[in-house]
Structure formats: C-alpha cells, structure tokens
Design a protein around this ligand. Structure first.
Ligand SMILES: Nc1ncnc2c1ncn2[C@@H]1O[C@H](COP(=O)(O)OP(=O)(O)OP(=O)(O)O)[C@@H](O)[C@H]1O
Ligand SMILES: [Mg+2]
Length: 359
C-alpha cells in the first residue's frame, strides 16, 4: 500500500496542495499551525474511517467554503487506484470513478494505521478509548465486525429505552428478554473477536516495546471482563452475558443503564507489571501507545498480505534520541509519514533514507 499523490482543495487550511510523497519514510516538517496534522488526517480519511479528531464530517471543510475535495492516487492490490472524497455536510467517496455507498467500502481498499497525540488516550484515559482503538483496528480487518458493533449499539439503546419505560410500567420488563438475547448474541461476537485480537496484538506489541525501550521494560496486555464470569468462545461468552444481564436487571431498571456487556469491558496495559496509566512516564506511555499501533500494522500486513501506510503525527516529542531513531529506522517496505516541527529532528536522522516535505 503506497500513496502516490494527494491533492487537497479547501480541506481545512490546505486550500490547494499537491503532494507527491516518496515510497519510504516521509517527514512532513513545519511550524505550528501550518497544516501537518491536517495532511495526515486527509490521508487517513481514505481508509473510510471517520477523522480521529472531528465528529462531524463538515468540520474539515475550509472556513467559509461549501465543500472540500481530496484526490488520492495509491498503489494497492498490485495496481494503481484513484479515490476522491468530496465533503459538504457529509462525505461522498468514489473509487476509480465509481461512487461508494458508504465509507466502509473503502476498508480493505486503502489501509493505514494512525498515531497522533490523541491516541495517547489509549494508555492514559479510561476503557472507552481502549475499546475504540481495538474496535477500529478489528473493523479495518473485518468490515462485518463494524456492522455487528452497529447492531450491538442499536440493541443497547433499545434495552436502555426499555429500562426507562419499565420504571413506570413494569409490564415492559418482558420486552427486556428480547434485548438481552440480542445483546448477548452480538456481544459474544464482539468480545470473542476482541480477545482473539488482543492475543495477536500482545505477541507483536511486546516485541516492538522491547525494541523501542532497548529491553528496559516489558509490556503486558490483559483482557478484563467486567461483572461476569471468565468465559471463552462465542457460545460460552453469550451464556455468561445472558446470565449477567439477567442478574443485573433489577439494578439496571433502577439506574436506567445496562451495566454489563461488551460496552463495559476493557484491557489493561502494564509496564513491567505496573499499570502504564498510573505509573508510566510520558515517554513510556508514548512508547506503549506507539507499540500498540505498530503491532496493529504488523497484524494488518500478516492478515492482508499488504503493508498498511503508517501515519505518525508528532511522534518524536518526549522520545529520547535512541527511541526516535528506532521509530524511523525499523520500517521495511512500508510507506511512513511522520510530522515534526523541529528541523533538529531531521538532522538527527539525516543518515537515514528519508524524504522531507516542508510546509
Ligand atoms: N475547517 C477549517 N478551515 C480552515 N482552517 C482550519 C480548519 N480547521 C482547522 N484549521 C486550521 O488549520 C491550521 C493547521 O492545523 P494543524 O493541526 O494541521 O497544524 P499543525 O501543522 O499540525 O500544527 P502543530 O505543529 O501545532 O501540531 C490551524 O491553524 C487551524 O486553525
Ligand atoms: Mg499537528
């Protein structure tokens, strides 16, 4: 997977930019506010996923303009392809001139892994961030997983609405059976996939962390069930979820929330046996988040036999020179985009084969 060219039109502050990156490590350098993150974000949108920093599609349209356009030529599946994204209130994507019904159809066509300072939240913040990370990672590999997630979210909203209704009208309690079954069934698919993915991630991420830190600390990842028995395999998980949902029914009705299920589970990230969130230094937390992302890239290349494009925004801050050099030098056959403000970073890695783009 390689980006051959990118053209932006009224995309955030990038009014009109043409970019022809190199096939290996690309450094995008410039002062604060020149549009480095915007450039990374624009490439990311071609994965079909939403922006990592805006909820609304239209936020990326240049102020006072009606629409933004992006055009990218890329190499994937042994041939050159061309995709265009037009954004007004929503995103409209075409691939090789054919309009796609949804962004999900780009998944698999163009694959990337992105790391920005926002992704430090995977290590530093609560369970929601870790679920988001693992869910997006699996969705890129298996678009059906994204569909199951959507169905789960809908069933959850329905169950919560039924809980609210049941507070005033106990006859509604009977309706909960349907939603419990649906949540247990879909939840089991999600949890089973997450456990399997985490196992694969662990194998890669521990090696990457060991290399980044030159063996100074060891990374540990453990899946954490919440308020239900340890269960493995879709069938067992569905049974244990159904049991837990039933047991929590009374308190769920009181609080009008569903307190157990795939939307509450988590995984822990430890460094040498201690929580990275509570005890990790800034550089160690960054190294841990980065290891997860690079492990995600390794899994993509293993599963799809294509190397994903790597997008690293502001990755150098807080990393010592040895860790910085590791980040730049260990990508073989991969196209990488790294943003930085500081020319000094570039001189430090000048002996490596990099292409520099100055904004
Ligand atoms: N919809 C928009 N229309 C026009 N400009 C925008 C829009 N959204 C964001 N910007 C501007 O884009 C500029 C560049 O943002 P970006 O985050 O890409 O900078 P950067 O080069 O990554 O800076 P830093 O080094 O601080 O991370 C910001 O000044 C921001 O105000
Ligand atoms: Mg930036």
């Amino acid at each position: 997977m390689k980006v051959l060219s990118l053209k932006t039109e009224n995309y955030r502050n990038l009014a009109a930019k043409e970019y022809f990156p190199g096939g290996g490590v690309n450094i995008i350098c410039g002062e604060n506010g020149l549009g480095k993150t915007n450039l990374i974000e624009s490439i990311w949108l071609f994965t079909g996923c939403r922006s990592f920093r805006s909820v609304r599609d239209k936020d990326v349209v240049r102020f006072d303009c009606d629409e933004a356009r992006l055009k990218m030529e890329f190499f994937s599946g042994n041939r050159n392809k061309e995709a265009e994204i037009r954004i007004d209130e929503k995103r409209h994507i075409t691939l090789n001139g054919i309009a796609l019904p949804s962004g999900r159809k780009m998944m698999g066509e163009f694959t990337a892994v992105v790391f920005t300072p926002l992704h430090l939240a995977i290590v530093k913040e609560g369970p929601e961030e870790r679920r988001k990370f693992i869910d997006i990672a699996i969705s890129q590999l298996r678009p059906n997983y994204a569909k199951t997630l959507l169905e789960y979210t809908k069933a959850l909203a329905q169950r919560n609405a039924t809980l609210r209704a049941a507070r005033d009208n106990p006859a509604m309690l009977a309706m909960l059976d349907i939603w419990d079954m649906e949540l247990a069934k879909k939840g089991a698919v999600i949890i089973d996939s997450r456990i399997a993915y985490l196992e694969a991630l662990k194998a890669h991420a521990c090696t990457v962390y060991d290399e980044i830190s030159s063996g100074k600390e060891t990374l540990g990842l453990t899946y954490k069930e919440y308020a239900r028995d340890k269960a493995r395999g879709k069938k067992e998980i569905a049974e244990s979820l159904l049991k837990a949902l039933y047991e929590k029914r009374e308190s769920d009705v009181e609080r009008c929330i569903t307190s157990v299920g795939a939307h509450r589970e988590d995984f822990s990230i430890d460094l040498s046996g201690k929580s990275a969130r509570l005890f990790g230094s800034q550089g160690q937390q960054r190294s841990a988040a980065l290891s997860l992302k690079l492990a995600e890239a390794n899994i993509i290349s293993q599963v799809t036999a294509e190397e994903p494009v790597i997008l690293l925004d502001d990755v150098f801050s807080e990393l010592d020179p040895q860790r910085q050099k590791y980040v730049v030098s260990h990508f073989e056959n991969r196209q990488v985009f790294i943003t930085c403000c500081d020319e000094e970073n570039i001189s430090r890695i000048a002996d490596l084969d990099v292409t520099v783009e100055r904004l």
